[in-house]
Design a protein around this ligand. Sequence first.
Ligand SMILES: [Zn+2]
Length: 299
Amino acid sequence: MRAPAARHGRGADLLPSARVSKHVPPRIPGLVDTHCHLDYPPMIDDLDATLRRAAAAGVDRLIHIGCSRRSMARAVELAEAERPGLPPVYAVIGVHPHEATTLDEATLAELEALAASPRVLAIGESGLDYHYNRSPPATQQAAMARHIDLANRLGKPLVLHIRDAHDDALAIVDAQPCERPGIIHCFTGTPDEGARWLDRGFFLSFSGIATFPSATALQEAARACPGDRLLLETDAPYLAPVPMRGRKNEPAYVAFTCARLAALRGQDPADLALQAAANAERAFGLPPAAASVSSPPSS
Ligand SMILES: [Zn+2]
């Protein structure tokens, strides 16, 4: 989550998705959106329609993030619900660094209890955000350490949100290693910072920011990322990729990011989608795609 206006930062002036865009995401079979916040409007207002549009773009699995005391239980509910013919939703739960001050013993106990669900694939998003510093750095660092401990005890991977804080985050992980390879969601660091996380076995997940013309250092990191460590995400409703920039993002738009990253890496988009999906299966223990996901008949 980069910055929801109400709770976590910028993006207040997003165009309502109701204004129909002439841009339709390319259809790239086998896409996985490894990070989205489906419990935000307008996605949640008609979740089946949101998932149908995602399926039309080739998305066959989604990972939804519940990263606050308020949204953790809802995330498990969303993931456990059956939606025949629609792409399955899995969950990742934790407390966002912006809300690290709320991580008390009761919240940690609830998080641990909820994480017992088989639909909860990972713990997070935790991490450090020194860009907004919505919680004091020391509190964020302590909360991150508690999340590493919990993820290790549960044998689940950890999803990290790191912004302007790679040095401290790397130092915490060096002092308290993750037993399973973790995931840096919405990676926005430099190629060097990317290499340091890769050296520690982490996966790097790229969002729509990688499609922005000005994101040249990030595009360099995306080009340099080994094929077996790259993940794709939207962080919807935030960070809509070009050509939807400034609008509410949604899982279907991961296809735009896949197409752009494939061009950057000199790859076929369909190959990158399948490679990133295989990486998501390894990183999260994501079950294979359900054969039952019906995508609309190709015109
Ligand atoms: Zn985030």
